[in-house]
Structures are given as structure tokens and as C-alpha cells.
Design a protein around this ligand. Structure first.
Ligand code: AP5
Length: 204
């Protein structure tokens, strides 16, 4: 195979509240990545009044409220479409794949694997504290749903991290400390992979 236009793909994984979204925003602006968040794509779908109709949107909302995983075909299709509509050469896929089924569906549908997997490693009590403290609380940021999200993460998402670890693709970053400290480690990782700092470059 080998698609000459295939972008560089980084999956960004970590528990709920580990800071995936926060760090992805910074990676996107400093290193010129497009940022595709599975959770945001699903929330946009709920808010969109899309052609799929109200029942479809309610289904997604109910699943998110319960902290469960949305069916693979829905998420993979949203990600595939988002990838298709960006011409970025570097793409961050944040909060996906969530489970082995997601991973397999992605690889089958896109015919590709990630080039890199970043795993933000954060203790549970810290994640809970951050989610409960989030300014504009989301429908899934209550203690009951947070506990379920953590269980789903442990049972379904960790196996995906283990799979990519066994393929030598995972870079684990400690996600405790300040946002700035964590981004320092992220910056080092990208530098070690040969990525230039976009912002620094532009401002010279
Ligand atoms: P999703 O939107 O992906 O949420 P999540 O994984 O639970 O993670 P969050 O967005 O809550 O946290 P984050 O790690 O991005 O941290 P953030 O930067 O926001 O998914 C939500 C739901 O959608 C799922 O439960 C599921 O139902 C569904 N879904 C999503 N993907 C799916 C898929 N692939 N398949 C099926 N279903 C799917 O930070 C959190 C807070 O901490 C913020 O307030 C932030 O300001 C703060 N913070 C960040 N960094 C620090 C720091 N260093 N110190 C202190 N505070 C910090």
C-alpha cells in the first residue's frame, strides 16, 4: 500500500480528566497539528441537528451521560469524516480509540495505524479532582458518571494502550504537575521525534 498523502497520526490517550484536551490544544498550536477530539465530535453531533435525526442524537447523549462507550461505527465514521475534511499533514486524535473494537474498526476502515500513541498517565484521585472542579461542568462531570468513566477507561482503554505498547508505539507522559510542566515533557517528546516548534519558528 502506502498512501503518499497519509498524514502523521498521533493517538492521544489517558483517563478522563488526565488533560488530553488541554495538552492537545497546545500541541496543535505549537506543532501545527489538526486536533480531532472524539468527545467533541460526538458532542457537536448532539448539538448539530444533523440529518441523522433526534433519536440518533438522544442515543449519543444518553450514552455519554452514563459514561458508556458510543458504538464504534458512529465514532469511527465521525473521525473518518473529520480526517477527510482536513488537509493537515499532522493529526492528533484525542480520546480515541476507546476500546479494542474502536481500534480494530479504525484500522479496518482507514487502512492505517497511528504513527505514535501518547499516553497521559494520571492518578485517579487527581483526575476526579480536576473533573469535579471543571468550570463549566459537563453532563458527565458528576461523581457517579465519573466513577463509571474511570471503570470503562481501566477495563476497555488500558488494553488498547497495552496493545500499542507491545508494538513500541506508546510514549507515556506523567500527567501530574502543572499544565506547563506537562507540556514541557510533551515538547521534549516532539523534539526527540524531529518535530520543529511551529510557533518558535514563525516568530523568528
Ligand atoms: P471525552 O470528551 O473524550 O472525555 P474524557 O476522555 O472523559 O476526557 P475529558 O475531556 O473529560 O478530559 P481530558 O483528559 O481531555 O482533560 P481536560 O484537558 O479536559 O469523552 C466523553 C464521553 O464521550 C465518553 O465518556 C464517551 O461516552 C464518549 N466518547 C468519547 N470518545 C469515544 C469513543 N472513541 N468511542 C465511544 N465513545 C466515546 O482537563 C480536565 C480538567 O482538568 C479541565 O478543567 C482542565 O482545565 C484541568 N486540567 C488540565 N490539566 C491540568 C493540570 N495539569 N493541572 C490541573 N488541572 C488541569
Amino acid at each position: 500500500g502506502g498512501n503518499p498523502r497519509k498524514p502523521f497520526i498521533a493517538f492521544v490517550l489517558g483517563g478522563p480528566g488526565s488533560g488530553k484536551g488541554t495538552q492537545c490544544t497546545r500541541i496543535a498550536s505549537d506543532f501545527g497539528f489538526a486536533h480531532l477530539s472524539a468527545g467533541d465530535l460526538l458532542r457537536n453531533e448532539i448539538a448539530s441537528g444533523s440529518e441523522k435525526g433526534v433519536h440518533f442524537r438522544e442515543l449519543i447523549l444518553d450514552i455519554i451521560k452514563e459514561g458508556r462507550i458510543v458504538p464504534s461505527e458512529i465514532t469511527v465514521e465521525l473521525i473518518r469524516k473529520a480526517m477527510e475534511s482536513t488537509d493537515a499533514k499532522r493529526v492528533l486524535i484525542d480520546g480515541f480509540p476507546r476500546c479494542e473494537e474502536n481500534r480494530i474498526a479504525f484500522e479496518r476502515i482507514t487502512g492505517t495505524e497511528p504513527d505514535l500513541v501518547i499516553f497521559f498517565d494520571c492518578p485517579e484521585d487527581e483526575m476526579v479532582k480536576r473533573l469535579l472542579g471543571r468550570n463549566q461542568g459537563r453532563v458527565d462531570d458528576n461523581i457517579e458518571t465519573i466513577k463509571k468513566r474511570l471503570k470503562v477507561f481501566e477495563n476497555l482503554n488500558i488494553p488498547v494502550v497495552d496493545y500499542y505498547s507491545s508494538r513500541g508505539k506508546v510514549h507515556k507522559i506523567s500527567a501530574t504537575g502543572t499544565e506547563e510542566e506537562i507540556f514541557g515533557a510533551v515538547r521534549k517528546l516532539f523534539a526527540s521525534l524531529g518535530f520543529e516548534n511551529f510557533v518558535f519558528h514563525k516568530s523568528r
